[in-house]
Design a protein around this ligand. Structure first.
Ligand SMILES: NC(=O)c1ccc[n+]([C@@H]2O[C@H](COP(=O)([O-])OP(=O)(O)OC[C@H]3O[C@@H](n4cnc5c(N)ncnc54)[C@H](OP(=O)(O)O)[C@@H]3O)[C@@H](O)[C@H]2O)c1
Length: 277
């Protein structure tokens, strides 16, 4: 039995799918506890990652857990996992954790989460993906009202990864052998600029989509409306300060799954319905 956090989200839903496809029984965790469209062998359970005690029931009888980073009390969360007798943990982190720069708020929460997992005393695997193809879903509000996507960091290429591939890797690390104590950095198959992603999406949706880069001051203001200031600073440190380069293509997805990671075009085709809504 496997407990999957964030099961409504981009990555967690793919971890649920991948584990179930490999024949595992899965508990799909969300705060509300009700999820539609789960695969056979998966059941919805309720719990709050900010309240470790709320996971006591969902963790009962569980062999392996998939966790997201950055919750209020990661050591307490891991203590709850260990108390339940879980024997394997996979943690989602991010590429920036490699720098260990605790002055960057995003890196810091990834690093602290990784430290909690390493200190728990049970076999662990950390997965550090690059930015997700699914971040393009953030363009939905703009695409409902027109064909122009305005966004930050127009000149920054990212080999973004499909959450599908993160799910495949996580399932393999939880179900297979040889992944204990490993930190896997993951990328997609091609570095793309935001404008190139928008062009691919336009081709898939058969719409004349166009990207307009925001100047940094406007980008800062718009990002600050959507996230805490320290995270805005973190992303400017990544992409303007040069603290993070997510353009290199890594072979990890292929090395672990035996399959090339999906392209942005494949992600767009699989999620075209979301953009039609
Ligand atoms: N976006 C990127 O490019 C990127 C890159 C590398 C790493 N990451 C990391 O990956 C994480 C997951 O990304 P994602 O795109 O899959 O996120 P997402 O789609 O926003 O899903 C996160 C899920 O977590 C659940 N959740 C939130 N707070 C919770 C809580 N207190 N207790 C239990 N569940 C809670 C939410 O489900 P309910 O509302 O149903 O509870 C939500 O569905 C990010 O948070 C980030 O740390 C992201």
């Amino acid at each position: 039995m496997y407990l999957v956090a964030g099961a409504r989200g981009n990555v967690g839903s793919e971890v649920v799918r991948a584990l179930a496809e490999q024949g595992a029984e899965v508990r799909a965790l969300s705060r509300g506890g009700e999820l539609s469209g789960l695969p056979p062998r998966a059941t919805a359970v309720a719990g709050d990652l900010d309240v470790p005690a709320s996971l006591a029931g969902p963790l009962a009888g569980v062999d392996g857990v998939f966790l997201l980073p950055g919750y209020r009390d990661m050591p307490g969360l891991l203590a709850q996992v260990v108390r339940a007798g879980v024997t394997r943990v996979a943690l989602l982190s991010g590429r920036s954790a490699a720098s260990g720069d605790m002055g960057n708020a995003v890196t810091a929460y990834m690093v602290r989460s990784e430290e909690a997992v390493r200190a728990a005393g049970i076999p662990w695997t950390v997965v550090r993906p690059s930015a997700f193809t699914a971040n393009a879903l953030r363009w939905l509000p703009q695409l409902r009202t027109g064909d122009v996507v305005r966004g930050p960091f127009a000149d920054v290429p990212v080999a973004c990864i499909d959450p599908y591939d993160v799910g495949e890797v996580v399932a393999d690390t939880l179900l297979g052998d040889g992944h204990e104590g490993k930190v896997y950095e993951l990328s997609g198959p091609e570095p793309l600029l935001p404008g190139e992603q928008v062009a691919v999406l336009g081709d898939v949706l058969d719409r004349p989509l166009r990207f307009e880069g925001l100047d940094d001051a406007t980008a800062r203001a718009e990002m600050a409306a959507a996230m805490p200031e320290e995270y805005v600073d973190a992303f400017f440190d990544f992409y303007r300060g040069g603290a993070l380069d997510e353009s290199p293509v890594l072979s990890t997805v292929y090395d672990i799954t035996g399959r090339e990671p999906r392209t942005f075009e494949q992600w767009a085709q699989a999620h075209a319905d979301a953009f039609a809504a």
